[in-house]
Design a protein around this ligand. Sequence first.
Ligand SMILES: [Zn+2]
Length: 144
Amino acid sequence: MREADPKKQMCLNEKCKDFGRKNTGNIIKKGFNAKGNQMFKCKTCGVRFPETKGTVFYNRHLTEDQIIMICKLLVEKNGIRAIERIMEIHRDTVSSVVEDLARHAKEVTDFLISNVGLTKVEVDEMWSFVKKTKRSCRRRRGSR
Ligand SMILES: [Zn+2]
């Protein structure tokens, strides 16, 4: 069984002064959620969140924060090219993240609602936008 390590977790509350910082000693284990996942608590702000290790939010090229940022930009209906421009990340990397997100749609939906604070409606809109974006990417590639 995988040992959940508080040192590898970070606070996901944007308003917290330890937001996104690892190994600051502010994260402690705090029980389990309904699905049996280890929960953690940030001592700085008191927010509880599930373990994030091994989820779609871990990417070879990007940090979890960057992936969450991509989700937020998608919610605001920014396409792959817009995200490339805003975040200065190559569009191939952005589209591979988007593909990854779509593959783990259920997990991503739960995460965005419970950890990032998006609403169900916003996440649903993000998915329909992602579907359109993926279609138009393929069309562009095919016409080259
Ligand atoms: Zn915190």
